[in-house]
Design a protein. Structure first.
Length: 261
């Protein structure tokens, strides 16, 4: 009895010590993992000296890479003077690239006088291109009198082409009387074709008597061919008596799909 009473508390104490040791090892592993991952929960002071030295070196290299590559969060507090100088130099180069390509944030305060002059020239060139092509933002205040005149000429030329091709960007108010006459001929011709082919928008009010007759004949011919083919677009009400005999039964969409495959 006496021996059993002594052994049970002893075993319980051993188990307690074993559990505490396991918990301690797990906590140490978790702390090491946090340090390697760069988490704020990392406690270098709780690592063994050998591990703490290696982790500190890794963290330093991670910080240096983040600062040089502009990747993640740059913590320059751990960098030495030479490394901070290197980071500052690459930041100036990265900023110059942003200023010259107009991609990203350009900090003009980081540019030298020569670089600032070059960037200003690039911006003016890009602005002129935007004004001449009608794309992007155009700051007309940066244009010279000659450039402004050329930009207006190109704008009128683009508008004339848009009107002649039936583009929606056409502004008739910018056309001269002579150009309006030329454009009207083109637009009426396109409208006639739209009416005759059944494609696009047809403005019937633009058609004269002869053109209306041509449109009606084109529509009748298209309908006749559709009926002869048995197409679903066939309108048998438009057929003449002699044409009805040539027409075929209208096929369904499913039937047409099968026959085409």
């Amino acid at each position: 009895m006496w021996r059993g009473a002594f052994v049970i508390p002893l075993l319980a104490g051993i188990l307690t010590l074993s559990t505490a040791a396991d918990n301690s090892k797990a906590a140490q592993k978790q702390n090491l993992s946090d340090c390697l991952s760069g988490f704020s929960d990392c406690r270098l002071s709780k690592l063994p000296p050998a591990q703490a030295s290696k982790v500190a070196r890794i963290q330093h290299e991670n910080d240096l890479y983040a600062c040089l590559a502009d990747f993640g969060v740059c913590d320059s507090s751990s960098l030495n003077a030479a490394e901070k100088k290197e980071v500052a130099q690459i930041e100036r180069q990265r900023n110059l690239l942003a200023c010259e390509t107009t991609v990203g944030i350009c900090k003009k305060s980081l540019l030298t006088r020569r670089q600032a002059a070059k960037v200003e020239e690039i911006l003016k060139t890009q602005n002129l291109a935007n004004c001449e092509t009608g794309t992007g933002f155009c700051d007309s205040s940066l244009l010279s009198a000659a450039q402004h005149q050329e930009v207006q000429r190109l704008k009128q030329q683009r508008n004339l082409l848009a009107c002649e091709t039936g583009d929606a960007l056409c502004e008739n108010s910018l056309l001269t009387p002579e150009q309006q006459s030329q454009v009207a001929v083109v637009q009426r011709h396109l409208n006639l074709l739209a009416c005759k082919t059944g494609q696009g928008y047809c403005e019937h009010s633009w058609l004269n008597a002869k053109q209306k007759q041509e449109v009606a004949e084109s529509r009748r011919e298209r309908n006749q061919l559709a009926c002869e083919a048995g197409d679903i677009t066939c309108d048998r009400a438009l057929l003449q008596a002699s044409e009805i005999a040539k027409s075929k039964p209208i096929r369904s969409t499913r039937t047409r799909a099968k026959s085409s495959s």
